[in-house]
Design a protein around this ligand. Structure first.
Ligand code: SF4
Length: 358
C-alpha cells in the first residue's frame, strides 16, 4: 500500500488524476491513516506551502426555500428551528464582511436560499458588492474576494455578477449523479452542472464541492470527485453533513474523523493544485483531529455557517498557528501560477476609475 500512496503522490505532483481503483483504495481504509495524510500533505505543501486561506459565509436570505434538498435546514418542509429572514441590506452585509476581513478572512461568500435569483436578487447582490468595496476603501481594508452562491443561474446573470465585481460563483454538486434524485427531487444534477458551466463561461472562478455523510458509497464519492474534476473548478469545498433535526437526514451520524480525513486526502489527490476547502461539519465530525485536516485542505471556512454556529474564529486561528500553518495574506495568490493566470481579478470597468476593456 505504501507503493499506492507513492504512486498517488507522484501522479498528483504531475496533476494527473488517480485511477478509479487507486481512488477507491484511499477510501477503503487499509492504510494507516497517518500515512495517507502524510502522502496528501506532500501534495498540499508542494502547491500551497503552509498557507491557509480563510473564508466566511454571509447568509443574505435564510430559510423558506421552495427546493427540497434533504440535507438542508432551509428546505421546503424543514421544521428545523433556524433563523428565517428575507434579504439583509447591502450595508449590513458590508459591515459583516469588514469584520471578517479584519479577522483575517480573504474570501467572502454571499449566499442566499432559493432555487435561483430573479433580476431583483441579482441587483441586490450588485449593490452588496458595491457596498463591500466602498466600505473596504473607506476603512483602508484589503478588498475581499467575493464569491456568490444564489442557486441556479439563468442566462446573463453570471455576466452581471462578474461585471459587478464578483470573483467566483459557488454551486456544489453535493453528491454523485447516480444518487442525486435520492437527495433532491426539485432540480437535477444536470441543472447544477449547467449553472457551474455558465459561471465559468462568464469568467467567474468556478467553485463546486460536495457534502459527505449522506449514505453515499465509496463508489459514489469517487464518481463525484471525478465529475467535479471534469468541471475544472478552482475551488472545491468539502462539507460533512450537519444533521439538522427537522430535515430528512436529521438522524444521520455516519461519519468518523478517520473517514473524513480519507475523503479529504482523496480530494487532495484528485485536486492537487486546486483550493480544497474544509467546510461545514468539520467541527462535529473531525472533532479533535481537525488539525490533521489542515495538512490536506489549504482553505477553511471561519466562523458561523448558513444556519448553524461554527466555533470562535480565535480558536481556529490558534489551531492554524499551533499546527504550524500561516494565514494567507490578501497580497498572496491562493492558486499556483498555472491556474492563477487563468483567473484575473477585475480591476477595471464598473466600480473603478479605469475604463472597461471592451
Ligand atoms: S440547498 Fe439551497 S436550493 Fe437546496 S433547499 Fe437549501 S437553500 Fe434551497
Amino acid at each position: 500500500m505504501a507503493d499506492l500512496l507513492d504512486e498517488l503522490t507522484r501522479k498528483a505532483l504531475r496533476r494527473e488524476r488517480p485511477t478509479r481503483e487507486e481512488a477507491l483504495a484511499v477510501l477503503a481504509g487499509e492504510d494507516e491513516l497517518l500515512e495517507v495524510v502524510a502522502a496528501g500533505a506532500r501534495v498540499r505543501r508542494r502547491f500551497f506551502g503552509r498557507r491557509v486561506k480563510l473564508n466566511t459565509i454571509i447568509n443574505m436570505k435564510s430559510g423558506l426555500c421552495p427546493e427540497d434538498c434533504s440535507y438542508c435546514s432551509q428546505r421546503l418542509g424543514s421544521t428545523a428551528e433556524i433563523l428565517k429572514y428575507s434579504w439583509i441590506t447591502p450595508e449590513d452585509a458590508a459591515r459583516t464582511a469588514g469584520r471578517a476581513v479584519d479577522a483575517g478572512v480573504k474570501r467572502v461568500c454571499l449566499v442566499a436560499s432559493g432555487r435561483g435569483p430573479g433580476d431583483r436578487d441579482v441587483r441586490r447582490i450588485e449593490d452588496t458588492i458595491a457596498a463591500i468595496r466602498e466600505d473596504a476603501a473607506e476603512n483602508g481594508r484589503p478588498e475581499a474576494e467575493i464569491c456568490v452562491c444564489l442557486g441556479l443561474l439563468q442566462e446573463g446573470q453570471a455576466e452581471r455578477l462578474r461585471e459587478a465585481g464578483a470573483h467566483a460563483y459557488s454551486h456544489n454538486l453535493n453528491t454523485s449523479e447516480e444518487r442525486y434524485s435520492e437527495i433532491c427531487t426539485t432540480h437535477t444534477f444536470a441543472d447544477r452542472v449547467d449553472t457551474l458551466q455558465r459561471a465559468a463561461a462568464s469568467g467567474l472562478s468556478p467553485c463546486s464541492g460536495a457534502i459527505f455523510g449522506m449514505g453515499e458509497s465509496d463508489g459514489d464519492i469517487v464518481d463525484l470527485a471525478f465529475a467535479l474534476r471534469e468541471l475544472d473548478p478552482d475551488s472545491v469545498p468539502v462539507n460533512f453533513l450537519i444533521p439538522f433535526e427537522g430535515t430528512p437526514l436529521g438522524d444521520r451520524w455516519e461519519l468518523t474523523p478517520d473517514r473524513c480525513l480519507r475523503i479529504l486526502a482523496l480530494f487532495r489527490f484528485c485536486f492537487p493544485d486546486v483550493e480544497v476547502r474544509l467546510a461545514g461539519g468539520r467541527e462535529i465530525h473531525l472533532r479533535s483531529l481537525q488539525p490533521l485536516a489542515l495538512h490536506l485542505a489549504n482553505s477553511v471556512f471561519l466562523g458561523d455557517y448558513l444556519t448553524s454556529e461554527g466555533r470562535p474564529g480565535a480558536d481556529d486561528r490558534q489551531m492554524i498557528a499551533d499546527a504550524g500553518f500561516t494565514i494567507e495574506g490578501a497580497d498572496e495568490a491562493t492558486l499556483p501560477g498555472a491556474r492563477r493566470d487563468l483567473v484575473a481579478i477585475r480591476r477595471r470597468g464598473a466600480g473603478t476609475e479605469e475604463p472597461a476593456n471592451t
